[in-house]
Design a protein around this ligand. Sequence first.
Ligand code: GUN
Length: 295
Amino acid sequence: MPTLINGKATSEKIKTEIAQRVSEIKTEGGKIPHLAAILVGSDGASQTYVGAKVKSCEQVGFESTLVRLEETVSEEELLKVVEDINQNPDIDGLIVQLPLPKHISVVKVTDKIKPEKDVDGFTPANVGRMTLGWPAYVAATPYGIVELLKRYNIETSGKHCVVIGRSHIVGSPMSILMARNDNPGNCTVTLTHSRTKNLPEIAKTADILIVALGKPEFVSADMVKEGAVVIDVGIHRIEDASKKSGFRLIGDVKFDEVAAKASAITPVPGGVGPMTIASLLYNTLLAAEGKIYVK
Ligand code: GUN
């Protein structure tokens, strides 16, 4: 059996560590970290994610503010809300939940977020700093994956890491982090995407396979090398009448058959997903303590 990389347990441990730091801050009379989240519209998945983020803030003792805006809000109004939060000295971190409605420019909104408060690590300043290896807020999902590799003592140096998917949120930053001169890191990285030729053959050469393309059960056992470490970033709801909820969650990887070959693997649910919130909370703590941008 492979090592099951338990993101749920690891994220709970990180949240406990953060909660301990918050207690110390309280004792020291310091500032309690405060995260603001902007949610536009009523997309079901986004509501669930933002709800979980706010709840996690409470769990670790952070303050949180949820700003809900109508689907029809104008770009100008949204930019104004972002600017108000930028200027609010009580708020340390700001996230704007994506996706945004089509009439709003993600570029303009992201560019409006003050890099010092960009705990999602989506602004050009933080992406640039991360790429340079400077102190930066690193996007939550890649940061969570790096933390899992670290806490499970997975050797990455000199390994071939294949990343499937080149999104700005996961694949692209993941490829940079795995190639950097650090631990985890020092991999030889291949970043693959929808135009890649011979993707299955390339995937099969991976010592570490990170799958973030958003296609249910895309990776089958014949695409995986014996003993590979497999990180599944996908999350999909599929109907399942045998479940009380009427659905179950699956990833981008055919779990059972790939697990039979892997040396370590993340499950879905309970793998990468819970780590993203832990990373966001950690970034917010860094923001409150002025650890990335000196206050
Ligand atoms: N939508 C999907 N993932 C994310 C994320 O990490 N942050 C935000 N703000 N929106 C998302």
